[in-house]
Ligand binder design. Structure first.
Ligand SMILES: NC(=O)C1=CN([C@@H]2O[C@H](COP(=O)(O)OP(=O)(O)OC[C@H]3O[C@@H](n4cnc5c(N)ncnc54)[C@H](O)[C@@H]3O)[C@@H](O)[C@H]2O)C=CC1
Ligand SMILES: O=C(O)C1=NCCCC1
Length: 296
């Protein structure tokens, strides 16, 4: 333990780029669906007093000699400190010796958006032009950055609960602040739901044929962001079937059928989008698997 390293959030920020992370996440999703990674569904303890949650996310990839766990808290009611906080502890898989603790806040923001970018790359129609962000927090910003690494959008629309945040994000992204989620979504090619809402905020009738949706919030079995009718009408892809069937209120309560894991699409085991007019939806729950990088 004498030589254990600590990598801070600012150190992570200085070295991590979406250009490198998106291809890494593509490999990781494929390895997960190829059963090369042991990753039980996250255990979560609700912290009732504060409306928060504490999650434990262990994983082992023997092939890469990686044994790690992320410890993440999400406290949606936080005001003056971030709503999501995390640390990642990495161990040597051969001898069990802990090697490094990494701050997980920036990684969570960037990893989640990079995974959505991979899903979008494999499921979206070609040349999407209009991006709608529902939510104006950390993930809205990181999803814009990740998706802009892959695409040049002609129009960015932002909707959220807090007008000041929506206005400020829209102006930062040179986008349009929308008064309603419907205004943001109508005609959008890519829709990202990144709110802490526990009830549906995206309705079926607003979504244009052929759109792709990244549904990122609502990571509790009794929470929803997506209209159940919409869930049942889309081609539904997930990061992990087990996680989706355990943690996603959008999947569990709608009883929507899961078409495949995105990793299976990457591996060529599923063809992904079948027609230009179907709506594809990626339900993200979060993962914690990685390769050791040169930074560690
Ligand atoms: N799938 C995954 O891997 C991950 C999912 N998440 C989830 O993504 C969502 C966004 O996370 P962050 O941007 O980090 O959080 P944040 O706290 O920075 O932003 C949350 C946003 O949701 C909005 N919001 C809250 N309640 C709402 C409501 N009832 N209706 C509409 N908007 C509402 C807030 O105004 C804010 O814009 C959360 O649900 C979070 O738990 C976060 C990290 C990873
Ligand atoms: O993967 C993660 O990290 C998280 N997923 C769901 C919400 C909290 C953080």
């Amino acid at each position: 333990m004498e030589h254990m390293k600590f990598i801070s959030a600012s150190q992570v920020k200085n070295v991590l780029t979406f250009e490198s992370l998106i291809p890494q996440m593509e490999k990781a999703l494929a390895k997960f669906s190829d059963k090369k990674v042991v990753q039980p569904v996250r255990s979560v303890i609700p912290v009732k007093e504060s409306g928060g949650f504490f999650g434990l996310m262990p994983s082992l990839c023997s092939e890469d000699n990686v044994l790690a766990t992320k410890l993440v808290s999400f406290y949606p009611n936080n005001k003056d400190v971030p709503t999501h906080n995390a640390v990642i502890a990495m161990f040597n898989a051969s001898n069990g010796v802990p090697e490094v603790i990494v701050d997980g806040e920036v990684i969570t923001a960037m990893r989640t958006a990079a995974v959505s970018a991979v899903a979008t790359k494999f499921l979206c129609n070609k040349n999407p032009k209009v991006l709608a962000l529902l939510g104006s927090g950390v993930q809205a910003r990181s999803h814009y950055q990740a998706l802009s690494t892959l695409y040049t959008f002609e129009e960015i629309r932002v909707w959220g609960r807090t007008k000041a945040n929506v206005d400020s994000l829209a102006s930062e992204l040179n986008g349009t602040a929308c008064h309603t989620a419907e205004d943001a979504v109508k005609g959008a090619d890519v829709i990202v739901t990144v709110t802490s809402s526990t009830v549906p905020i995206l309705k079926k009738e607003w979504v244009k044929p052929g759109a792709h949706i990244n549904a990122v919030g609502a990571c509790r079995p009794d929470w929803q962001e997506i209209d159940p009718e919409l869930m049942r009408s889309v081609s539904l892809f997930v990061d992990s079937r087990d996680a989706a069937l355990t943690e996603s209120g959008d999947v569990i309560l709608s009883k929507a059928d899961i078409e495949a894991e995105v990793g299976e699409v990457i591996l060529g085991k599923n063809g992904g989008r079948k027609t230009a007019t179907e709506v594809t939806l990626f339900k993200s729950l979060g993962n914690n698997f990685c390769e050791k990088s040169e930074y560690i």
